[in-house]
Ligand binder design. Structure first.
Ligand code: NAI
Length: 333
């Protein structure tokens, strides 16, 4: 029986994975801490490790895993920036992921964040519970008729664009691999990023983090964006230069910012730090102090449908890791 060590697991992960374990003929060992070079020794004797977005599989960590007998890294997520793929290949490891579990979950959360922030639902909810029924300070704007920039029109970006079209927004898009047929069908126009930035009321990021996209949104980009425009990032924190974002907010250039991801989220997101009563990350603390910033803790994927699909595809990848890559349904990296 193959033994799989899971890292950075939470009760909701374990529940769905355990349901899949019984039928897959695999033995799962769950850890709640993250996989890094420091914790890699805990995988010794396992055939595979199963990791999430904030584990850190650099060359040193992968080397330790191989020394402990691990042959397969199964990502239970779509993004793969946390793994040194060159090192994994050199070490002869198979790396698999779940390329699409529910693009709808992430696209819908993008809209949930934007609507909450714009229509001040979070403030209204708290007010009404204290019997304060005043509307002062709760003015938002119609999404209808606004222009939205979608950066990255893969599975999630296309879903988000279609939802925005449903609200009656004009959608401009940027992607090095444009989907022309889809764009025609949904009246989406592809343009260069710098042409999009000054035109949009809302900029929404749906592209992967790679060395080329690190800090794609920086001081130069913010300067090109329209005064009062909104930024939504449900992709990866490091796409945005947080220092430049804070400067832009302080200058009141941006109208609002909704983030499901944060540049330095490792070790902060997914955990309860409330007992400490203070936040060690000064930039995150500053971001949270702006009334026009809304942050969720990397939860865009968190729907029942997505969790079950992640468990199903991950278990399939783990069961078939000895098979040739064509059986792994395009999940091999
Ligand atoms: P995908 O691979 O289907 O699409 C990504 C698109 O980005 C591709 O069309 C690609 O050509 C495009 N792209 C690459 N470089 C670009 C650039 N420099 N400028 C513009 N476009 C570029 O990926 P999918 O499934 O749509 O996911 C997008 C991202 O969403 C993932 O990479 C991941 O970082 C993030 N994500 C976040 C989740 C969350 O819970 N917050 C959950 C799942 C994914």
């Amino acid at each position: 029986m193959k033994v799989i060590s899971f890292y950075d697991t939470k009760p909701y992960d374990r529940e769905v994975m355990l349901a899949a374990e019984a039928s897959a003929g695999l033995e799962f060992r769950f850890h709640d801490f993250r996989l890094t070079v420091e914790s890699a020794a805990t995988a010794a004797g396992s055939d595979a490790v199963c990791v999430f977005v904030n584990d850190k599989l650099d060359r040193a960590c992968l080397t330790k895993l191989v020394e402990g007998g691990v042959k397969h890294v199964a990502l239970r997520c779509a993004g793969f920036n946390q793994v040194d793929l060159v090192a994994a290949r050199e070490l002869g490891m198979v790396v698999t992921r779940v390329p699409a579990y529910s693009p709808h979950a992430v696209a819908e959360h993008t809209l949930a964040l934007l609507l909450t922030l714009n229509r001040k639902i979070h403030r209204a909810y708290n007010r009404v519970r204290e019997f304060n029924f005043s509307l002062a300070g709760l003015v938002g704007f119609d999404l209808y008729g606004k222009t939205v920039g979608i950066i990255g029109t893969g599975k999630i970006g296309r879903c988000a664009a279609e939802i925005f079209r449903g609200f009656g927004c004009q959608v401009l898009a940027n992607d090095p691999c444009p989907q022309e047929d889809w764009a025609r069908a949904h009246q989406v126009r592809y343009l260069a990023l710098d042409v999009i930035l000054p035109q949009v009321d809302i900029l929404s990021l749906h592209l992967p983090l790679t060395p080329q996209t690190y800090h794609l949104i920086d001081g130069r980009t913010f300067a090109l964006m329209k005064q009062g425009s909104y930024l939504v990032n449900t992709s990866r924190g490091k796409l945005v230069d947080t220092g430049a974002l804070i400067q832009s907010l302080k200058r009141m250039h941006l109208g609002g910012v909704a983030l499901d991801v944060y540049e330095e989220e490792e070790g902060i997101f997914f955990e309860d730090h409330s007992a400490m009563g203070l936040l060690g990350d000064d930039e995150l603390a500053r971001l949270l102090s702006f009334p026009n910033v809304l942050v969720t803790s990397h939860q865009a994927f968190l729907t029942n449908e997505a969790l079950h699909e992640i468990a199903r595809v991950t278990t399939e990848n783990l069961s078939r890791s000895g098979a040739s890559s064509e059986f792994l349904k395009g999940t091999v990296l």
